[in-house]
Ligand binder design. Structure first.
Ligand code: DAH
Length: 347
């Protein structure tokens, strides 16, 4: 290390002594300033370099750097000492005991619905679908009217809802299907979209009914879309969820916004000859779906003469219950930590 002249060595020693004696961060800052700023020892040394004979310049520069480095290191160390001292003092006051057990930090986990939604989003985006969102407080138009369910239609009785305004124009959405129309309004075919989310119904709650539950809507609109495409997509969905090929069957199902409409049943993934999940039938009713009704295409601004589409409304809550063997839908939104703790898997 560079030797300092006796004069510089004693300046440095004086500064280091000041640092050691400092009792506050401001004092340390002042000592630093005094040495490094104009008029200070380091600044002076550097300023003097051009006036020195060339042979001495290097030595002067190195001396300045050494003083600066030693001083800064001492200031940092003293600063830390002061901070530690303050911490210890405050611990003394508070009665700190290093032998006490630290409070246990509970590690959270994703809700089982979130876990399944994320898996489904991965699966569908890999097939070129977009993931859409829609409002939970919806206009009567999107929730019913545009889906071919006019005011006096008996199908409204199946989805009694909560009205949010005296005129009855705003409802809590009873299904995710309104996102279909919103999606069509803003896009031109080809459209491929899913829309997971919460839906609400005026229900008497029991183990399989809850006023708030989750669905996932799916919509595909393009030229020449057929029931074949629908079946293929549903089988891909089921393979993704259950990890194996699942046989399906279609039964006619009535929903005003599809024609034809189907109930797609899946062969029970849990048994071969009947169990409590499939109520001994080996089939599970899982996926209402169908070909988008031409009135719905029109409501979305799409020409039914040119385009066709399919849609499905997956009962997410039900699917999650099936997958994890949950016997009461009310557990899902209970917020009960004992229930949630069983799904500790960061997914
Ligand atoms: N929205 C319907 C319901 O909640 C479910 C449904 C049926 C959605 C058929 C669809 C469909 O997209 O094609 O009961």
């Amino acid at each position: 290390m560079t030797d300092l002249s006796p004069e510089h060595a004693s300046t440095l020693a004086r500064l280091l002594a000041q640092v050691a004696a400092a009792s506050a961060a401001e004092d340390l800052r002042a000592i630093g300033r005094e040495a490094l700023e104009k008029g200070g020892v380091v600044a002076d040394l550097l300023a003097s370099i051009p006036t020195l004979p060339p042979a001495e310049r290097k030595g002067a520069g190195q001396a300045a750097n050494r003083i600066k480095a030693e001083l800064e290191a001492a200031i940092d160390a003293r600063k830390r000492e002061l901070e530690d001292g303050a911490l210890l003092a405050s611990r003394k006051v508070e009665g700190f005991d290093a032998t006490l057990r630290a409070p246990r930090v509970e590690r959270g986990a994703l809700h089982p619905i979130t876990q399944v939604v994320r898996e489904l989003e991965d699966l569908f985006t890999s097939m070129g679908f977009e993931v859409l969102d829609g409002p939970e407080i919806e206009l009567d138009w999107y929730n019913f009217e545009a889906l071919n369910i006019p005011r006096d239609h008996p199908a409204r009785d199946m989805q009694d809802t909560f009205r949010c305004d005296p005129a009855g124009e705003l409802v809590l959405r009873t299904h995710t299907s309104p996102v279909q129309v919103r999606a069509m309004e803003k896009r031109r075919p080809p459209i491929r979209a899913i829309a997971p989310g919460k839906v609400f119904r005026q229900e008497t709650t029991d183990a399989s009914h809850e006023h708030t539950f989750h669905q996932m809507e799916g919509l595909v609109v393009d030229e020449d879309v057929s029931v074949g495409h629908l079946i293929h997509t549903m089988k891909t969905l089921l393979r993704g969820v259950f990890g194996k090929d699942i046989e399906v069957r279609l039964r006619p199902g009535y929903f005003p916004f599809v024609e034809p409409g189907f109930e797609l049943d899946a062969r029970c993934p849990f048994c071969k000859s009947g169990c409590s999940v499939c109520k001994q039938s080996t089939w599970i009713e899982l996926l209402p779906c169908g070909m988008v009704h031409e009135n719905v295409l029109r409501a979305g601004g799409i020409d039914p003469a040119k385009y066709s589409g399919f849609a499905f409304g997956l009962g997410l809550s039900r699917l999650v219950m099936l997958r994890y063997g949950i016997d009461d839908v009310r557990h899902l939104l209970s917020g009960d930590a004992r229930f949630l703790r069983q799904f500790h898997r960061i997914g």
